[in-house]
Design a protein around this ligand. Structure first.
Ligand code: T4K
Length: 380
């Protein structure tokens, strides 16, 4: 079965070299030498400062919220509200709820699939503390409009950049916007450390606060300065990250071949995600937007019969999940109205991510493309 993605496996010899170093140093976790090396190398590769490695992309979000203090509402009965997108992986919104905040969903731009800044503005209430937009499939959000809104309305902005590894916007790292950006280095991502993630902070003091937080708030052998958690990256994760980074160019070249083959075959036939002008391609995902959910289900069925397993990233649209909603008592609150979600719901019902990973053969892809286009055109 050709699945939607396959983890990148680096050269075994290269991995063994890093593992040998771990056995020599006898250092396994807690800010070890490989974790430090990976931090430096990622800052250089991504063109960012103030990068903190953590154990996964979900904890990256949770620690970023806490380091920026957005869950900290003194003297307020209701939870802080955070405006986010319903068109994302569950972790973006569940991490907010888990940290005691209320995700408020604003609708997306149906072309770029990222949060629509006008909808964000309309969703702001006196309880809003932050905005958590997502660079969906590596596309850039309207970062200028969202950062300006954050500044004007005194809201923190944390970009979930789980898909945006290596993406640039107008020549700079896309991860340098907002008060912080987070990354996921899960095995399924184009750059990975098996499990892992990172936070890139705008300000050094936020980085330092988060650094303490991910090690239980401990700052010395007998010193526990504040409340913390365990969110550290270990040396085996860092070893995998280092050798995936050593081979990143070949990985990207191979993904680019697949991405461009899809783009060429689909251009003009199927709706594709509109790229934000100025954003680079990072070949993270290839979504197609079909005419209707029934066409999508037919396409999926045919593809699966032929040995392909695309995925419905992201379905369902998250505003439909009751456990993310407001408590019933709060719903009677006349001040609050969940903004109406039209585009995310519609897109979620008919979007499909096609298999895309390093080493996928172009001939295999073109066979898949023919099946899809054929089916799509007949149904249209
Ligand atoms: N924010 C956003 C916007 C995200 O997309 C994510 C994660 C996060 C936050 C949270 O970051 P982390 O805490 O995960 O670091 C996958 C990934 O597990 C998840 O990391 C990712 N987003 C999401 C978009 O995709 P699933 O439920 O699709 O994973 P799964 O296990 O079905 O794997 C997908 C395919 O990959 C399978 O069909 C087979 C293949 N696979 C997978 C694994 C793990 C392999 O061939 N080998 C493997 O070892 O969520």
């Amino acid at each position: 079965m050709i699945t939607v993605t396959r983890p990148y496996f680096p050269e075994r010899k290269n991995f063994d070299r890093y593992v040998d170093a771990i056995f020599q140093s006898r250092w396994l976790t807690n800010h070890g030498p490989l974790e430090q090396e990976l931090t430096r190398r990622l800052e250089t590769y991504l063109g960012v400062k103030h990068l903190l490695l953590v154990s996964n992309g979900t904890l990256a979000l949770q620690v970023a919220y806490r380091a920026l203090g957005i869950n900290n509402v003194v003297g307020q009965r209701e939870p802080a509200e955070v405006i986010t997108t319903p068109f994302t992986f569950i972790a973006t919104a569940s991490s907010l709820k888990w940290e005691g905040m209320q995700p408020v969903f604003a609708d997306i731009d149906p072309a770029t699939l990222c949060l629509d800044p006008a909808q964000v503005e309309a969703a702001i209430t006196p309880r809003t503390r932050a905005i958590v937009p997502v660079h969906v499939f590596g596309n850039a959000c309207d970062v200028e409009a969202i950062d300006a809104l954050g500044e004007e309305r005194d809201l923190k902005v944390i970009y979930d950049g789980a898909h945006a590894f290596g993406a640039t916007y107008r020549g700079n790292s896309l991860l340098s916007y907002g008060d912080a950006s987070t990354l996921s280095f899960h095995a399924t991502k184009l750059f990975h450390s098996i499990e892992g993630g990172a936070i890139i902070f705008k300000r050094k003091e936020d980085l330092e606060r988060a650094r303490k937080m991910i090690n239980f708030g401990i700052t010395g052998p007998e010193c526990i300065e504040e409340l913390g958690i365990n969110a550290k990256m270990n040396e085996f994760q860092a070893a995998m990250g280092l050798c995936v980074l050593d081979e990143i160019e070949g990985n990207l070249e191979s993904r680019a071949l697949v991405w461009h083959a899809y783009a060429q075959a689909f251009q003009g036939n199927v709706q594709l995600q509109a790229r934000q002008p100025g954003v680079s391609l990072n070949y993270a995902y290839f979504p197609i937007i079909l005419e209707s959910e029934s066409v999508l289900l037919g396409v999926m069925q045919r593809l699966e019969r032929e040995g392909y397993q695309p995925r419905r990233y992201f379905c369902p649209s998250l505003e439909s999940l009751a456990f993310l909603g407001r408590p019933a008592a709060d719903l009677q609150d006349a001040d609050f109205q969940q903004p109406e979600i039209v585009h995310s719901r519609d897109i979620a019902s008919r979007i499909l991510c096609l298999p895309l990973f390093s080493g996928l053969q172009v001939s295999e892809i073109l066979a898949a493309v023919r099946v899809i286009v054929d089916r799509h055109q007949k149904a249209a």
